[in-house]
Design a protein around this ligand. Structure first.
Ligand code: ACO
Ligand code: KIV
Ligand code: MG
Length: 566
């Protein structure tokens, strides 16, 4: 019988399901995103207001410079009426001429006359600037926070917009471009017809038209529904707004249900032109939508995010330093572990994937960097965001031969034959059972050296000479240490290994070679060679390995290594 789940003791009866939107002819499900939306970073406002310790001026400057370097053109730089520090930061950006000509800063304010005046004053001297005004429009906020009806709530937005325009005229005569953004806060909980009414009333005051856009930002201030509901709300607004061509429809998803990224993406499919968020998802409570994830999701589909993520670790370090909060190791695209495989089957597929990619690129006469990426378990090439392949495969008790042999190949240019891979990974597993934890690449090499390369068997070759007769017989003479005694051995065969095997019979060592593989360990002529011998010795089948600049010496060492292992 299938086990039956039981009713939980959770008080779920206290919560209401979200009402769906009546939009049977919705079009967003069959859309796809083919270009980057306009981005606004609110790291310095929504991100900053949610920090345990808000950023000081130096940290704010650091984040601002990072955002500019990455390519963000719209940056919300603060809430200047909140404090002298916020005000002074905006002033320093303007007075020290730190805002590039093609970057538009914006500042947020409540719809209160005194706060609006102070906010506009903070922008005096800016070349381009936007004032962003918000007031909550949702029923609970009308009842609880403002204690007003719909009409009075709408008037807060309308009057606020008038104040913004009046103060802008008074203080910002020199500003080349003055923009306006309005947000009906908690849009997702606001009745759609009322959200539309407020936005229309605001537009009636601002009078958008050619060359005079308005940004209408529809925030999921608290994410409460599945992303499809947000998409429906955005499509409904997009269809019903008048003057749509002059409206920049913006979304501002928070991440309370953990679906901020999906909400933003579906909202763009539903008609949003612009997305507000923060790097690595900082912001109130569970954060704003993560701009890194959104941008990189586009990149991974072959769409230019129009933002430079090519040094993801520098971005992460700066954000961690400025916010004083860590980025989770599994955070998409930027976390420490997101390009790392520990488990055997993943490692095996990744190793094969790299080999296949190299081969297909070579066959097509292309550099791997220019060849379409298609490696199992890795959605993007870690190198595209400045990561190297070192962290791609890490070895612990969940790893198999693929991971271990990948490390040997990557770090030591040793291409272990398949059966040696199996044998060596069992050696590693036995050490792991005893020692536990993760095995770094250096420990793997240490064990490999001790197991296969250390000269600790009964036979060691000190010097050798060889010749080949006309009939192809190969003769070897070797000075060897056998059980501590120096001996001169001589044998013949069809090559160095069979001749050496023949010579060893004189000292009662019986070696039957089953397999032999050799390869050069580099491209240049001086590269060393690796030789691998699989041999049956005293009834046991083992592998031996030899590394030397001479391939003959490497193969004799490999035979001695196998004897030592047996
Ligand atoms: C969803 C968001 O992230 S919105 C942005 C939130 N960010 C911040 O609040 C950070 C900066 N804020 C601040 O520093 C302060 O709130 C200030 C300086 C702006 C205002 O401080 P105070 O004057 O002490 O007011 P307070 O913060 O308590 O705000 C509550 C008052 O503002 C009113 N109010 C709140 N939001 C708005 C708004 N958007 N428009 C108009 N009035 C508003 C409330 O109704 C309340 O009025 P009441 O005192 O008459 O009941
Ligand atoms: C001020 C607004 C846009 C906001 O941050 C929100 O509603 O989440
Ligand atoms: Mg917000």
């Amino acid at each position: 019988m299938v086990p039956q789940q039981k009713t939980s003791p959770m008080p779920f009866h206290r919560y209401e399901p979200f009402a769906p939107v009546d939009l049977p002819d919705r079009t967003w499900p069959s859309k796809s995103i083919t270009e980057a939306p306009r981005w606004l970073s609110t790291d310095l406002r929504d991100g900053n207001q949610a920090l345990i310790e808000p950023m000081d001026s130096a940290r704010k400057h650091e984040i601002f410079q990072l955002l500019v370097r990455m390519g963000y053109k719209e940056i919300e730089v603060g809430f200047p009426s909140a404090s002298q520090t916020d005000f002074d930061f905006v002033r320093s950006l303007i007075e020290d001429d730190l805002i590039p000509d093609d970057v538009q800063i914006s500042v947020l304010t409540q719809a209160r006359e005194d706060l609006i005046e102070r906010t506009v004053q903070s922008l005096v001297g800016a070349r381009r600037a936007t004032v962003h005004l918000y007031n909550a429009t949702a029923p609970t906020f009308r009842r609880v926070v403002f204690r007003v009806d719909r009409e009075a709530c709408k008037n807060i937005a309308v009057e606020g917009t008038r104040h913004v325009m009046r103060f802008a005229e008074q203080y910002l005569g020199e500003t080349e471009y003055f923009g306006y953004e309005y947000s009906p806060e908690i849009f997702v909980d606001t009745e759609l017809d009322f959200a539309l009414q407020v936005c229309e009333a605001v537009m009636d005051v601002w009078q958008p038209g050619p060359g005079r856009e308005i940004i209408l930002n529809l925030p999921a201030t608290v994410e409460r529904a599945t992303p499809n509901v947000y998409a429906d709300q955005i499509e409904w607004m997009s269809r019903n707004l008048t003057r749509r061509e002059h409206v920049v429809l913006s979304v501002h998803p928070h991440n309370d249900r953990g679906t901020g990224v999906a909400s933003a993406e579906l909202a763009v499919m539903a008609g949003a032109d612009r997305v507000e968020g923060c790097l690595f998802g900082h912001g109130e409570r569970t954060g704003n939508v993560c701009l890194v994830t959104l941008g990189m999701n586009l990149f991974s589909q072959g769409v230019d995010p129009e933002i430079d993520f090519s040094d993801i670790d520098e971005i992460r370090r700066t954000v961690e330093h400025c916010t004083q909060l860590p980025v989770a190791p599994r955070h998409p695209y930027g976390g420490d572990l997101v390009y790392t495989a520990f488990s055997g089957s993943h490692q095996d597929a990744i190793k094969k994937g790299f080999t296949d990619l190299d081969a297909r690129a070579a066959e097509a006469g292309k550099q791997v960097e220019d060849y379409p990426w298609d490696v199992p378990y890795l959605p993007i090439d870690p190198k595209d965001v400045g990561r190297n392949y070192e962290a791609v495969i890490r070895v612990n008790s969940q790893s198999g031969k693929g991971g271990v042999s990948y490390v040997m190949q990557r770090d030591h240019s040793l291409d272990l034959p398949r059966r040696l891979q199996i044998e060596f990974s069992q050696v590693i597993q036995s050490f792991m059972d005893a020692e536990g934890g993760e095995f770094p690449a250096e420990r793997i090499w240490e064990i490999f050296s001790e197991t296969y390369l250390a000269e600790r068997g009964p036979v060691a070759v000190l010097a050798h000479r060889s010749s080949t007769s006309e009939d192809g017989t190969y003769t070897i003479e070797a000075d060897a240490r056998v059980n501590g005694e120096i001996r001169e051995l001589k044998g013949t065969g069809n090559g160095p290994i069979s001749a050496f095997g023949d010579a060893l019979a004189d000292v009662d060592v019986k070696v039957r070679v089953i397999d032999y593989v050799e390869h050069s360990m580099g491209e240049d002529g001086n590269a060393r060679a690796a030789a691998y011998v699989e041999a049956e010795i005293d009834g046991r089948t083992v592998w031996g390995v030899g590394i030397h600049s001479s391939i003959t010496t490497a193969s004799l060492k490999a035979v001695c290594s196998a004897i030592g292992r047996a």
